[in-house]
Design a protein around this ligand. Structure first.
Ligand code: 2U9
Length: 345
């Protein structure tokens, strides 16, 4: 009687276990047949009614059945876990041969590229790079640069005034003045200043009311005109290439004395004379000179002991010459057809 019940339970359990579709069902079956309140335990509770001869026989049978059921439950569990893992791997398979999604790449703006090139050349010659405010005091922009209120040079560069004493800087020179003041008469000074400047010009192909300048300044004992010329020649050859001619000719700036401008042989006609160089064979690339003693003194440097040179260039002008751009407005209109041509610069 008891034996039949056990055999029937075993058969039923085996069938249920083999038919289990997932791990959760299997867990429930383990509880149902082998748990403390399970069916095998329930059958064994009736053992008390058995005779002394039957009890060990049925006891052994019950134990065998428990072991068998435990074994097939474990086997089924392993098989179901394996199947679950295989299904997950299949579902999560990534096709590494699929092409990627192309992202559009931007490029460095030609003015930024030229600023970086100029910076790198001067850094290579021991210069530091400094920046400063675009809204300036009249004193830093004009007065400290040997241009008092009645100076005619102030008419040369009509300015954007904010108040009577504050204006948009017309050059980056005030940054150098601020640096000299901060160094309190100490040398050496070897610096360049890139940045935006503002002048009340009417915009056309070669003028812009806002443009970019890079100025340089060296102050030390015994700084000479030949050092200025050597420095600028080394810069220009790295910037434009060895196969150009360069010349210096006298000029005038209130903040330098003597002053000069540097020309490069025309890269269009090679010096023959053409429309671009206005038939002269030469293209102006920058201005320079020995720092005026008044300028050194105003910023706290003893002009008896120290000398200096300074230079200034328009970044747009340099970029136009270097890349053959014929209209300054191309730098500001953000036409992608223009900008894309500088992807490798
Ligand atoms: C200090 C002393 C002297 C800066 C200089 C130039 C010559 C120059 C022009 C180039 C084209 C301006 O952008 S442009 O129109 N600049 O020719 N600038 S020397 O001289 C300084 C600066 C600071 C303390």
């Amino acid at each position: 009687m008891m034996r039949e019940r056990l055999e029937a339970l075993k058969a039923e359990a085996e069938q249920a276990i083999q038919g289990a579709k997932d791990l959760e069902t299997l867990k429930q079956l383990r509880v149902k047949y082998l748990g403390k309140k399970g069916e095998l335990t329930a059958v064994l509770r009736g053992m008390g009614e058995l005779s002394a001869e039957e009890r060990p026989v049925i006891g052994k049978l019950a134990n065998d059945i428990r072991q068998t059921l435990e074994r097939i439950l474990d086997e089924k569990e392993t098989a179901l876990e394996k199947a679950a893992m295989e299904a997950r791997l299949k579902e999560e398979t990534i096709d590494v041969t699929l092409p990627g999604v192309p992202r559009p790449l931007g490029s460095i703006h030609p003015l930024t590229a030229v600023i970086q090139q100029v910076e790198n050349i001067f850094i290579g010659m021991g210069f530091e790079v400094a920046e400063g405010p675009e809204v300036e005091k009249d004193w830093y922009n004009f007065e400290a640069l040997n241009m008092p209120k009645d100076h005619p040079a102030r008419d040369m560069q009509d300015s954007f005034y904010i108040t009577r004493e504050i204006l948009l800087r017309t050059q980056t020179s005030p940054v150098q003045v601020r640096t000299l003041q901060a160094k309190e008469g100490k040398v050496p000074v070897r610096m360049i200043c890139p940045g935006k400047v503002y002048r009340r010009d009417d915009d056309d192909a070669t003028h812009s009311h806002q443009f970019t300048q890079i100025e340089g300044l060296v102050v030390d004992r015994g700084v000479s005109m030949s050092e200025l010329k050597g420095t600028l020649l080394a810069f220009a050859k790295q910037m434009f290439g060895e196969d150009h001619e360069f010349r210096f000719r006298p000029s005038y700036f209130p903040f330098t004395e003597p002053s000069m401008e540097m020309d490069m042989s025309c890269m269009i006609c090679g010096g023959e004379g053409c429309r671009i160089c206005k038939e002269t064979g030469w293209i102006e690339i920058l201005g320079a000179g020995m720092v005026h003693p008044n300028v050194l003194e105003k910023s706290g440097y003893n002009a008896e002991r120290y000398t200096g040179f300074a230079f200034g260039m328009g970044v747009e002008r340099i970029a136009m010459i270097k890349y053959g751009i014929d209209d300054i407005r191309h730098f500001y209109t953000n036409d992608l057809r223009v900008l894309r041509q500088f992807q490798s610069v």
